[in-house]
Structures are given as C-alpha cells and as structure tokens.
Design a protein around this ligand. Sequence first.
Ligand code: ATR
Length: 269
Amino acid sequence: TDRYAVIGNPIAQSKSPLLHTAFARQFGHDVRYDAILAQPEAFRETVLAFRAAGGRGMNVTAPFKLEAADLADTLTERARVAGAVNTLAFGPEGILGDNTDGIGLVGDIQDRLGVALAGRRVLVIGAGGATRGILLPLLQARPAGILVVNRTAARARDLADALAGQGSLEAGPLDAAGGREYDVVIHATSAGLNQGEAPAVDYRMAAGGLAYDLSYGEDTPFMRQARARGAARTVDGLGMLVGQAAESYRIWRGVLPDVRPVLEQLKLA
Ligand code: ATR
C-alpha cells in the first residue's frame, strides 16, 4: 500500500481523501490517503514523521502552503512564482514542492469546459494568494492578454512585475476593467463568500464568454453578476478543486485521472 495524506488545520472539511480515493479506484492502485491535522507550530515535524513512516507524498492546505514552500528541497517554477506549495513529493533526491492550482484551473477550463485559452482576452478579479497561484499556468496557455484588477491596485501591479516577461499581463484598480470585453473572467477575491457581494467590476462579456468563480456554490454572487454582464456560461471552482487534485495524483503516480466522474460524485456528496 502506498501512503499519501493531506495536511492542514483545520482538516476535517477537506475533500482530498474522497478525491484521491476515487482516483486510485480508477486505476486499481493500492493507495491509502489520510487527512492529518497538524498543530500550527508542528507542520515540519508532522511532514517529516509521515515521510519517515513511509509516506510517498502529501497535499498541503491552509495555513501551511507557505511553510511547505520553505520545507521543500526543490521547487517547480510554478510553485516558486506562486510562493506556495500544495503538493509535496518524497523522492530519493529529497522533497519536491509543486503547486497544481493553476494547471488544475487551466485543465478544467480547456479540457472539461472546452474553452481554449490561446488568443482569448482574460480578466482576473483579485490579486491575493489565489491569483498568485494561477497566473503562470494561465500565461503559459498563451491568451491574447490577461488583465488583473484589484481593490488594492498596488498588489495587482506587484504580481504583474513578478511575472514580467512571461506573457501579456497588465494590472490595475477594479475600474481598469471598465467597458472592455473579455472572453474569460475569473473571480479570485475572498469577497462574496458567506453571502457577501462580488466586487462591482464593470466588465463586459464577449459572446459565448465564460465566467469562472474560484469559490464554491451552486450560484455564487459572482456568477449572478456575470450573467447580468452577459456571460454565456458561469461555473464555480469545484472543477478546479478536482483538477488540482488530479494533477497532484499525476505527479506522484505518473497517470492523470479522469476528473469528470469524480466531479459528479462530489456534486452529489
Ligand atoms: P486569498 O489567498 O484567498 O487570495 P488574500 O491573499 O487575503 O486571500 O486575498 C484576498 C483577495 O480578495 C484580495 O484580492 C483582496 O483585495 P485587496 O488586495 O484589496 O485586499 C480581495 N478582497 C477581499 N475582500 C474584498 C472586498 N470586499 N472587495 C474587493 N476585494 C476584496
């Protein structure tokens, strides 16, 4: 039996055990996947103890994603740019830290939803940790351009500076999106959680446009706002959740699970 786990605090809410158990079943892999609660000051020792006991890899969730980046011996470029690690792989050369959030999102948009990002105009609302985690894989999908807008414009500009040379990336305040048309709009702020409203951003959706909320819910405030702006399709972040897990599974075991049946299972759970 190959052992993996997700580590966080709190951890009881994590869907990762359900997702990875379903992936292992697709391939008939003999895998055990646990959820581990770590005390705030005990992240490093808990990870090292799991590895010493034979663990092969871990997913990392809040509040440990930055510490996981420090702990890793090697970081992938996308993890370095994200400044955060959600996947640790234990190998003979040490601990590899990766971040699969962005590729999970890109895979969900392109493969599951069938929207090729190449040449598309993309708007990202928000410039916090969630945005930092997705920008490099989004740029690598070669959109016509990405505009990042944020309540605190300086945070958006810092992100754009950090990614200078990686593609067409602009940054500005929330009203910088005004009046322009986008094929794909991604909502990545923490506003709108718990019945709040999504930031009032005055974008227009192109015909057939996709609005993607990184948070979860059958019909989030952002999804409603995007429909009012003309979005043809609106989705929440569950597909990205399954997608980032599938990419972690691929890093550990070399095969990419089929996300669709697992996403359906999750919606029913
Ligand atoms: P996360 O890791 O979830 O991205 P974060 O790093 O704290 O969390 O970032 C939260 C994001 O939501 C930021 O873009 C934040 O805008 P600021 O940088 O201006 O703080 C945005 N946000 C949170 N509440 C908001 C609100 N009421 N209106 C607009 N943006 C909001």
